[in-house]
Design a protein around this ligand. Structure first.
Ligand SMILES: [Zn+2]
Length: 191
């Protein structure tokens, strides 16, 4: 006899990737390029794992626009624009700050195992990537942000410390200043 007991059974569903966080794939990047395709969307910063140790917080969403085309030599390429903001930590005061992202790049597509494009050594030549049957747009966007993020950011001159004046004792303290105070020994509350 088999007893089906569904009580206490827990179902774990991986969150469905849809809407703004949908993983974007190009089924055939070469055909997309030759056809002059266009695709745009939004990707949550939190959905890009390789970014996480370069940024100070994973909130936010970037938007991207991807366009296919051919260069003067009729080689397939992709043009990518990424816009949004990433949370970085100011090198000087350790407060969190939004670093605006406005990135644009152009990459040639090469078949896997294909010889490098002849002008690969030319610093003026566009970058190129090996693309297979399909291309993960999320990874492409992530790569672009990784390349575009500075290793260190600072508030403008004289702008550091603005966050401290916002939150006196009992005043409304922004979560950023709270976080920064945890990391700043001078501000640590020894209570
Ligand atoms: Zn600062």
């Amino acid at each position: 006899m088999i007893i089906f007991d569904s009580r206490g059974r827990k179902y774990y569903h991986a969150p469905l990737m849809s809407g703004p966080d949908a993983v974007q794939r190009l089924e055939d990047p070469f055909a997309f390029a030759r056809a002059g395709g266009s695709r745009s969307g939004r990707i949550a910063i939190a959905a890009m794992p390789r970014l996480q140790d370069r940024i100070a917080g994973s909130e936010g969403v970037v938007s991207f626009q991807l366009r296919g085309g051919l260069d003067q030599r009729q080689r397939p390429l992709l043009e990518l624009e990424v816009a949004g903001a990433a949370q970085m930590r100011c090198d000087r005061c350790l407060a969190q700050m939004d670093f605006p992202l406005k990135l644009a790049s152009r990459v040639l597509l090469a078949e896997p195992g294909a010889a490098q494009p002849e002008d690969a050594d030319d610093p003026e030549a566009p970058e190129w990537i090996e693309a297979g049957q399909e291309l993960d747009v999320l990874e492409l966007v992530e790569d672009e942000i990784l390349l575009g993020l500075p290793y260190s950011v600072r508030h403008g001159d004289g702008k550091c410390g603005d966050w401290r004046s916002e939150g006196g004792r009992g005043a409304k303290v922004s979560p950023f200043s709270t976080l920064a105070s945890l990391l700043d020994p001078e501000q640590t509350n020894k209570g």
